[in-house]
Design a protein. Sequence first.
Length: 150
Amino acid sequence: MVVLAVPAYHLTDTIDAVADDLGDAVLVSPAVGMKRDEDGMHYNPPGVGSVTQLAAANAPEGVPVVGAFHNLAAGRLAVLDADLDWDVPVVADDGAAKATVTDLVADLDGLRPLDAGGLENAAEVESLTPLLINVAANNDGLHDLGVKFW
Ligand SMILES: NC(=O)c1ccc[n+]([C@@H]2O[C@H](COP(=O)([O-])OP(=O)(O)OC[C@H]3O[C@@H](n4cnc5c(N)ncnc54)[C@H](OP(=O)(O)O)[C@@H]3O)[C@@H](O)[C@H]2O)c1
């Protein structure tokens, strides 16, 4: 598994840089395209619809791409004993690759993987991230937010 944990605008260059070494890896994209203005953060997807789809469009032939971890706040993840209780929507077109990433998420304490559909649905998942940042910024006592569905 190779996780593309780089800013969205460096994603394709990063894929190009590692392309020859990917072998039978699964590429995982947590990257979200955002822009900031005086109102806060806004979703700013690339022309193909989402950063996850951009990764898929630039992945070497036969290397599956899975979108996951878009909505996890790094600040809270870094607290290793934090009680996360977060959901992780996972999107992919390749069923085996989706299962691999889903199993990884399920193995992490406090994270529940949820099937959010195929790569066409990645924009809906990615666009939650600027919402989380805006809610955290505008409400006292809320920071490093994630999502939980029930
Ligand atoms: N931070 C969060 O809470 C969070 C949450 C959900 C999703 N994400 C997504 O996860 C991705 C990484 O987020 P982040 O907060 O870790 O971002 P970041 O701190 O801005 O960047 C992460 C790493 O990207 C590398 N990088 C920078 N420029 C690069 C380039 N030109 N080519 C290759 N690598 C480069 C840097 O590695 P070096 O230090 O080695 O240069 C840097 O440490 C982003 O796409 C973001 O949207 C972040």
